[in-house]
Ligand binder design. Structure first.
Ligand code: SF4
Length: 253
């Protein structure tokens, strides 16, 4: 497939490339995509803290078990830490996540005069809400974006998970070795300002799904990829008799 990198990359903005990638992947994965759940913002915050480096199935089980054992978030906050740790055992590092979740719940209680809720963020500008969330212990840009985008707030924010991050690096949208945290600001700034929350959500979802299905960590299926002509990594692998020749992965290591 001939490369469009120079046509769309050198002479036009990063946004033009992002939009082209987005439209092609949206055709593949069927935008607009349904939101995968409808948690309130505090539930989403705890869910996001549990999901760190954990498979979706396992973090969902940990969240469900936590909610079943402790009907209110104040019960989680005030429980013996080992009981919380036991309830979230399905997630990775429950011994670290249990005290962190309790610490966040205590911080929220103090800041909100005893109320345990994040519903007030509905009335805040997104940038202000994210900045406020990121002052909580253990909350970074991925978690703040998840609370804004995935929860019932349905706000405009771009979470970047490991799949999304890998695909963006291979496409040259971020520097090869840029960490996930700083990548949030760069990738979000590349999106058209007029996009609504659904389009921003779709952008995350299609890049993530592409990373799960085609642009996998090992053995990306570049020959079957709809954005091969836009991808420096895929182009660098080269083609021999229609078959891609493997090259060392610059985004791994
Ligand atoms: S061409 Fe290959 S490396 Fe590039 S996005 Fe597609 S699958 Fe990933």
């Amino acid at each position: 497939m001939p490369s469009l990198i120079h046509d769309l990359g050198a002479e036009t903005s990063a946004t033009a490339r992002v939009v082209e990638v987005h439209h092609r992947l949206c055709r593949e994965y069927g935008c607009p995509l349904c939101y995968f759940h409808d948690l309130d913002p505090l539930d989403e915050l705890v869910s996001a803290l549990l999901s760190h480096r954990t498979r979706n199935r396992d973090s969902a089980l940990a969240f469900r078990t936590l909610r079943e054992r402790f009907p209110a978030w104040s019960d989680v906050r005030d429980a013996p830490t080992q009981d919380v740790e036991q309830a979230i055992a399905a997630s990775t590092w429950p011994e670290q996540k249990a005290p962190r979740i309790q610490q966040v719940l205590r911080e929220l209680t103090e800041r909100n005069e005893g109320r345990l809720s994040l519903d007030f963020l509905q009335d805040w500008p997104v940038a202000q809400a994210r900045a406020w969330l990121e002052t909580l212990n253990g909350v970074g840009p991925k978690t703040s974006a998840a609370v804004i985008s995935f929860s019932s707030l349905r706000g405009k924010a771009l979470p970047v998970d490991s799949h999304h991050h890998r695909v963006a690096a291979r496409l040259g949208l971020i520097p090869e070795r840029m960490a996930v945290g700083p990548a949030h600001r760069i990738l979000e700034a590349q999106l058209p300002v007029e996009w609504d929350a659904q389009q921003v959500y779709d952008n995350h979802q299609v890049l993530m799904r592409h990373g799960q299905k085609i642009c996998t960590w090992r053995m990306p299926q570049c020959a079957a990829c709809v954005v091969l002509d836009l991808c420096p990594y895929g182009q660098a692998r080269g083609l021999e008799n229609g078959v891609l020749v493997d090259a060392p992965d610059p985004t791994v290591g």
